[in-house]
Design a protein around this ligand. Structure first.
Ligand SMILES: [Zn+2]
Length: 333
């Protein structure tokens, strides 16, 4: 078990994490955006905006720690995270690890062995990212849909080696609400304890049987795309989350929003004219990109309305992340 967690400004005791959002982003750049001449990124302006948003999270909503599991090849910028952390007084934890095959996995790393990939991950955890001296505090694993590919399995196996060598936990991306049970099996095959894994984006699946299988498997479960109606209405998320709490699994649940406040160039996917119009409207109202505070202002009241009490919410936001980074057993359901 670990007493300390690595943030982008250095190690802190796990007890200092406090209220933590386990899966948010600051900045994203999909591979190739750097070649788009229309992609203009004003770094100082972005940093100022991110600092403002994190200060609001800290001062109004009591959030003390912010985990940004940006994959290496999606514009991860540890030095920028460090500057934002220092200016906002928010603990920020970054990760090592790549994205999934459809949208990531640089050719150079596809050609590497499991051991070579693990070596990179271990170095970023124990020494630092590049020459920054900034160490990753967790490992990112991502798999696609409808099946996990052979390449993705190699990167997942490398993450298992790095987890066992360093003890830091794993945070995952699943796609289209599938793949969580298979990820769990692959982690078990790789010798990683279920409690060291946060299986992400499970709220993308509407079926409570799916969620139950994840918590029965002993992992943490990510309801970490709160406020993304395109992927799942929040009513469904709230119903399913409240059911897990009622069934005694609050100790497994990580709530977050997978939001970001800046990106390079255009959106990753082509937007419909309706979406473009809606975004234009939100921009004009100063509500774009959508704020990190949404969970507190809009989603938690939906949980209250479904019988989840304040103590249960506080425990999910404060205790679960600390226990996850400490590697402690999850209290029995
Ligand atoms: Zn994410």
């Amino acid at each position: 078990m670990a007493n300390m967690v690595q943030t982008v400004t250095g190690p802190i005791p796990v007890s200092a994490l406090g209220r933590t959002l386990m899966h948010e982003h600051l900045f994203i750049a999909f591979g190739g955006a750097e070649f788009d001449p229309t992609a203009i990124f004003n770094r100082p302006a972005f940093i100022a905006e991110a600092v403002k948003r994190l200060r609001e999270l800290r001062e109004i909503h009591g959030v003390r720690s912010f985990v940004d599991p940006c994959p290496i090849e999606l514009g991860r910028d540890a030095a920028m995270m460090k500057e934002i952390s220092e200016k906002s007084e928010m603990h920020i934890i970054c990760t090592t690890g790549f994205y999934f095959e459809d949208m990531g996995l640089p050719p150079y790393w596809r050609a590497r062995t499991t051991e070579e990939i693990a070596e990179l991950y271990i170095r970023e955890i124990t020494h630092g990212i590049g020459t920054t001296g900034i160490r990753a505090g967790a490992i990112k694993v991502a798999t696609g849909a409808p099946v996990i590919t052979a390449l993705e399995k190699k990167f997942l196996a490398a993450a298992c080696l790095a987890q066992r060598a360093t003890g830091v936990p794993i945070i995952t991306h699943t796609q289209d609400g599938v793949g969580a049970p298979e990820q769990q099996r692959l982690f078990a095959d790789g010798g990683v304890e279920a409690r060291n894994c946060l299986i992400g984006h499970c709220c993308g699946n509407a079926d409570p049987v799916y969620h139950r299988s994840v918590v029965d498997g002993g992992s943490y479960i990510g309801f970490d795309r709160i406020g993304i109606p395109r992927l799942q209405p929040d009513e469904v998320r709230a119903d399913n989350l409240a059911k897990l709490v009622k069934d005694g699994f609050a100790g497994h649940i990580m709530m977050s929003q997978d939001r970001h406040c800046g990106w390079l160039g255009k959106m990753q996917r082509q937007l419909s004219p309706e979406e473009q119009a809606r975004i234009g409207m939100l921009k004009s109202e100063g509500k774009w990109p959508p704020p990190y505070s949404y969970m507190f202002t809009d989603f938690l009241p939906m949980l209250h309305a479904r019988g989840v009490n304040q103590a249960e919410i506080a425990s999910m936001l404060d205790d679960n992340p600390r226990r996850f980074f400490a590697g402690e057993p999850i209290p029995g359901a």
